[in-house]
Design a protein around this ligand. Structure first.
Ligand SMILES: Cc1cc2nc3c(=O)[nH]c(=O)nc-3n(C[C@H](O)[C@H](O)[C@H](O)COP(=O)(O)O)c2cc1C
Length: 237
């Protein structure tokens, strides 16, 4: 079994539970990955307690959030996965509110590249508009987190029932492609270049916080992501 031990986590952000079409499409991606041998899990973000970011800056200063909710556990699950399938319904041509609240809460994980080295993909459903923009945005956010986004699947369901079934076929193929990318450490030079650019930008935060988050700073030096010398680290150079 080539993909033995590989874990792929699906995360969807519709509040409609098992009635959600987005959930169904994320599940189809996971089924494709599962068929290829990956271990999969699907999390309903709307079932979790996720408090909106209050911009207190505690995470920047300490690495921890002041809110006592499910985000740390969710982040742990995401960190334990090799691949992430992120889905949202289109709400007014954007992600759902539940999804955006979660994204804001992951800002520190973006700055510190806590999901670096993983692969992912995006899923969206809509009645008519915005699904391509939402998958592009989710993949953009995955890139901020350090995740190489390999593709997307989306469906406009207002035009009748076959759209979802058709998208499920594409979703299964996407899941198989995601598993293959993880198994082979497939190179995605353009995505990796964007992630490297983002990381260079975020490195200023890691350097500025080095006195109170020395462990993370040292890890970035060890990874070669920051220079580690006083001059080389000057974020204002
Ligand atoms: C608050 C809200 C906003 C929506 N906004 C749009 C929209 O801008 N464009 C659109 O075509 N459909 C829109 N829809 C329809 C949903 O995107 C569509 O029904 C989607 O498939 C729901 O996914 P779900 O079954 O996973 O919850 C909206 C639905 C809701 C509840």
């Amino acid at each position: 079994m080539p993909y033995n031990g590989m874990k792929i986590l699906g995360l969807h952000c519709s509040p409609r539970g098992t009635a959600s079409r987005t959930r169904r499409l994320v599940a189809a991606v996971l089924a494709g990955a599962g068929k290829a041998g990956a271990e999969t899990e699907l999390i309903d973000a709307a079932d979790l307690s996720i408090v909106p970011c209050t911009a207190c800056d505690a995470c920047t200063l300490t690495g921890s959030c002041v809110h006592d909710d499910d985000v740390p556990l969710l982040l742990e699950r995401l960190q334990g996965a090799d691949g992430i399938v992120w889905g949202s319904p289109v709400y007014v041509d954007n992600v759902s509110g539940q999804c955006k609240i979660l994204i804001d809460r992951l800002a520190d994980a973006m700055h510190y590249q806590l999901l670096f080295g993983k692969y992912g993909c995006a899923v969206a459903t809509t009645h008519t508009s915005g699904a391509g923009a939402v998958t592009a945005y989710l993949n953009h956010v995955l890139g901020y987190l350090g995740v190489v986004a390999i593709g997307e699947v989306h469906a406009a369901l207002g035009d009748g029932a076959p759209a979802l079934e058709e998208a499920e076929d594409a979703a299964a193929s996407l899941g198989a492609a995601l598993a293959a990318a993880i198994a082979t450490h497939a190179p995605y030079p353009e995505k990796e270049a964007i992630i490297a650019d983002n990381r260079a930008f975020f490195s200023r935060i890691v350097v500025e916080n080095r006195d109170w988050r020395p462990g993370a700073y040292e890890e970035w030096v060890a990874r070669g992501w920051i220079d580690g010398t006083a001059d080389g680290d000057d974020p204002h150079r």
